[in-house]
Write a protein that binds this ligand. Structure first.
Ligand code: PAF
Length: 297
């Protein structure tokens, strides 16, 4: 496995592979790997002749009051894990190489960022779209893999790829969970044992919503109310949002919901912000793109 830091060198390598007719699979990450990252890499390994993983804690997607400085980092540990999964190249640039002095071009996906996390993290998705566009230009992948835990991010990247005619297939894979239900996230490393326990309310509330839905409940107010009451019962937990929305546009759904509606939530556990989501009525399976659901049943 090779580690490449220079964007121009990464581009030369990618160009070489393309000329040889090799399929390039790509997993963009901010490092501090967990099982979710590894599952994306394993799928990338299956889909590509070469597998590139990027590790870059992208400063432009963090707000001024957010956790950029304390975001967990351990490059040596990540490199060992990547090697075990069979990654060919880890692309790990310095911030100065990605955003040299004078940098001034950004990518913004207008409407999809006006919902859910976008309302609480101004500028976040502009930073994500910009860095992902840059990474695609550097790594030149045929296929890129993302987790559905960051559902809004996945939708925004799909939209960017369509709108800007990017020649890359986007694959979304199901959220990886700990045995007790907690969605895998690098930020779980921040949680104290009590917070870790409190954080289980997120997946528990989603499970309860799925249960209500499968028992025939369709009223959004009833489903959202139940989810909120589970989250609010824990004093360590502060709800940021709980929304039922259209899985393609992220517009909020009112009245009644059908199969395929997205239930998404964000909450703070202590100072740690966690997100989770589920698609009502869907048995989560590895599928390409978060499309094809019918939010109104
Ligand atoms: O999901 C992430 O880890 C990041 O948002 C991404 C896609 C690597 C962009 O920095």
């Amino acid at each position: 496995m090779e580690v490449v830091k220079d964007p121009a060198e990464m581009q030369r390598k990618a160009e070489g592979w393309r000329r040889e007719g090799k399929v390039i699979a790509f997993v963009p990450t901010m490092g501090y790997f967990h099982e979710g990252h590894l599952s994306l890499m394993r799928e990338g390994r299956r889909r590509g002749d070469v597998l590139v993983v990027s590790i870059f804690v992208n400063p432009t997607q963090f707000g001024p009051q957010e956790d950029f400085e304390r975001y967990p980092r351990d490059l040596q540990r990540d490199l060992r894990m990547a090697e075990e999964v069979g990654v060919d190249v880890v692309f790990a640039p310095e911030a100065g190489a990605m955003y040299p002095p004078g940098f001034q071009t950004y990518v913004e996906v207008k409407d999809l960022q006006e919902h859910l996390c976008g309302l609480f993290r101004p500028g976040h998705f502009r930073g994500v779209a910009t860095v992902v566009a840059k990474l695609f230009n550097i790594v030149k992948p045929h296929v890129a893999l993302f987790g559905k835990k960051d559902y809004q991010q996945l939708l925004i990247i799909e939209q960017m790829v369509r709108d800007l005619n990017m020649d890359v297939q986007i694959v979304g894979l199901p959220t990886l969970r700990e045995p007790d239900g907690l969605a895998a996230s690098s930020r779980n490393a921040y949680l104290s044992p009590e917070e870790r326990k409190a954080a289980l309310a997120l997946s528990r509330s989603l499970k309860r919503a799925e249960e209500l839905f499968s028992n025939g409940e369709r009223r959004t107010e009833r489903i959202l109310g139940e989810v909120r009451s589970i989250l609010e019962a824990d004093p360590l937990l502060q709800v940021e949002y709980v929304e039922l929305c259209d899985p393609r546009t992220l517009e909020g759904l009112r009245g009644e919901v059908g199969k395929g509606a997205l239930l998404a939530l964000a909450a703070r556990v202590g100072t740690t912000r966690l997100i989770d989501n589920t698609i009502l009525g869907e048995v989560d399976s590895a599928e390409d793109n978060a499309q094809g659901q019918d939010p109104q049943g």
